[in-house]
Ligand binder design. Structure first.
Ligand code: ASP
Length: 592
């Protein structure tokens, strides 16, 4: 027997038993004739006492041992003396008296301390990820990740879903992001793609009659690594036949509520999940993934300043834009310097400038404003009234195209939620965003793009507009946002060939190209495709929020850096000339 127990298992009732433990030297305290080693495995720590009087050989092993040595120790379990009981530790009432010890493997001095977490550069953690993963924080996150995925599998199994794997080598089709390509050796010059998601395959499974499918699916997108993204990530991918949007929303809402209650019961939820249309979310929060743990709602002022002579507002409105603002309670005493910094923040989010009003806490004193002399007193009073300004408040206003105003105010809203500590960290605020537009105009390419993906069905009521006014067509698409992040999204799909073809045409695809790229799907739709729809939840993001982490890297065992590099194995890397020859690939530098 290699070990009889784990290092987290022993309790006072084991006193008197002889046991065998195996694990890593976590900490070692050398008191001469007595050496104490905390032996660690992923279940916990056990204090082992090495006494030179009773077990000189084992004591010799202990004095040789250093942090992260792997030891096997046979010994007797005893209750600790009253004054050395450690109530913080589950095994804190016992200790092991070593009889025989073996060094299973020595260890170099680790470049990061397992016992003392934090402080070092993330790059070092990623390079030595196998050491970082030994730490308590990562162990907790890996356990949580396991619990979440296990819960989802069990829940969906109870609901009658089948978990079906789909291939990782598929055909490259334009689905939104850029594909990762894999060259084919057997068919030189041809490529497979790694799936951006199993979207088309799960739809084909619906055609095949597997009316409730799910998969814990790895997805690959070759995107510029803005924000907290990874080239590969994991989704709970799901598809159902003979359902309406409401059925999918209900199922996922039940799954999420039960998941949180079971896996993170210390977290609180707002149920039922509120629902906002896309238009409403943008109007009130400036984003389709609003954090609803706090208010700071945006206020539209366009009608109030419709006749203003203030050039900034006037020209924004003349060009079809908006004037909107957000009221920040209690920040009316911000200094000029602080306000300049906010203006910079708004600029970094794309705004040309920031208009502000500070309301002194003395209600009789006059407000200060960056544009006070440029609007009438009535206009100023109306702005303050509409925004519900109270003494001591700061009012921030943007005038620009609607998208710019939305992005800028969303940025400011999030910034002040952080500064004012408005977001309750124990609250999980899920919200459904519904009625997304089906298409958005791509200015650079002069064509329509699918907002969700090209397989999303239009709202029945808007179908007729697809030919006349595509920009107005709403989709049967939905997202679930959580604490300011997109946690998932899906849609009811098109299941008729003619509508799918019409949509491809809208997206600027000729019939030949549509046939070449999506012929398999179009053809399948002619063999009895049932109405269907689905959704995917981004597991890394969800687990990150459940774990109170701020990057998804903290909940992935072997993540890449923000620059898409694997520091542990050094991928991507060059390959042998022979490998390239086999693939008939020649590397040519991009002409400068
Ligand atoms: N395939 C979609 C995505 O990955 C999700 C869905 O529509 O089910 O975003």
């Amino acid at each position: 027997m290699f070990r009889s127990h784990t290092c987290g298992e022993l309790r006072p009732e084991h006193a008197g038993q002889e046991v065998i433990l195996a694990g890593w030297v976590h900490r070692r305290r050398d008191h001469g004739p007595l050496i104490f080693i905390d032996l660690r495995d992923r279940y916990g720590l056990t204090q082992v006492v090495f006494d030179s009087a009773t077990a000189p050989e084992a004591h010799g092993i202990a004095s040789e041992s250093r942090p992260e040595y792997v030891l096997q120790v046979r010994g007797l379990i005893g209750r600790r003396p009253e004054d050395s009981i450690n109530p913080e530790l589950p095994t804190g009432a016992i200790e092991m008296h070593a009889v025989v010890a073996t060094i299973l493997n020595p260890a170099l001095t680790p470049p990061l301390s397992i016992a003392r977490e934090g402080g070092e550069e993330e790059a070092l953690r990623l390079k030595y990820r196998y050491l970082d993963l030994r730490r308590e924080r990562m162990q907790r996150n890996m356990r949580l990740r396991h619990r979440v995925i296990k819960f989802m599998r069990d829940f969906l199994d109870r609901e009658g879903f089948l978990e079906i794997e789909t291939p990782i080598l598929i055909k490259s089709t334009p689905e939104g992001a850029r594909d990762y390509l894999v060259p084919s050796r057997l068919y030189p010059g041809k490529f497979y793609a790694l799936p951006q998601s199993p979207q088309q395959l799960k739809q084909l499974l619906m055609v095949a009659g597997y009316d409730k499918y799910f998969q814990i699916a790895r997805c690959f997108r070759d995107e510029d690594q803005r924000a907290d993204r990874q080239p590969e990530f994991t989704q709970l991918d799901l598809e159902m036949s003979f359902v309406e949007q409401e059925d999918i929303l209900n199922l996922i809402e039940r799954l999420l509520v039960e998941l949180v209650r079971e896996v993170t019961p210390h977290k609180r939820l707002m149920t039922p999940f509120p629902r906002l249309t896309y238009a409403e979310a943008l109007e009130r929060y400036g984003t389709d993934k609003p954090d609803l743990r706090y208010a700071l709602e945006l206020v539209n002022l366009s009608d109030i300043v419709a006749d203003t002579q203030f050039q900034v507002f006037k020209s924004a409105l003349e060009q079809g834009g908006q004037v909107k603002g957000v009221r920040i309670p209690g920040c009316g005493s911000y200094s000029r310097k602080q306000l300049d910094e906010l203006t910079e923040l708004a600029r970094s989010a794309g705004a040309r400038g920031l208009a502000w009003v500070t309301l002194p806490s003395d209600a009789t004193a006059a407000p200060r404003s960056s544009f006070g002399r440029l609007v009438t007193t009535t206009e100023m009073n109306n702005i303050i009234d509409r925004m519900g300004g109270q003494p001591g408040d700061l009012l921030l206003l943007l005038a620009d195209r609607a998208e710019v105003v939305a992005t800028g105010l969303d940025r400011l809203r999030r910034e002040f939620a952080t500064r004012l500590n408005l977001a309750d960290p124990q609250l999980l605020s899920f919200v459904w965003i519904i009625e997304f537009p089906l298409l958005e105009w791509n200015k650079d390419e002069h064509r329509w793009d699918a907002v969700h993906h090209p397989f999303t069905a239009p709202l029945d009521a808007d179908l007729a507009m697809l030919a006349s006014d595509p920009g107005q067509v709403r989709a049967q698409a939905y997202d679930v946002a959580l604490n300011g992040y997109e946690a998932g999204g899906g849609s009811i799909r098109i299941h008729q060939r003619s509508i799918q073809q019409q949509l491809f045409q809208c997206l600027g695809m000729s019939a030949e190209i549509a046939q070449a790229q999506f012929g398999h799907l179009l053809e399948a739709f002619e063999y009895g495709a049932p109405p269907h729809g689905g959704i995917a939840l981004g597991l890394d993001r969800l687990i990150m929020l459940l774990a109170d982490e701020i990057t998804i890297r903290e909940v992935m065992a072997f993540p890449k850096t923000q620059q898409a590099v694997d520091l542990l194995t050094n991928a991507p890397s060059t390959v042998d000339e022979q490998q390239l020859q086999d693939l008939q690939i020649m590397i040519c530098k991009k002409p400068m």
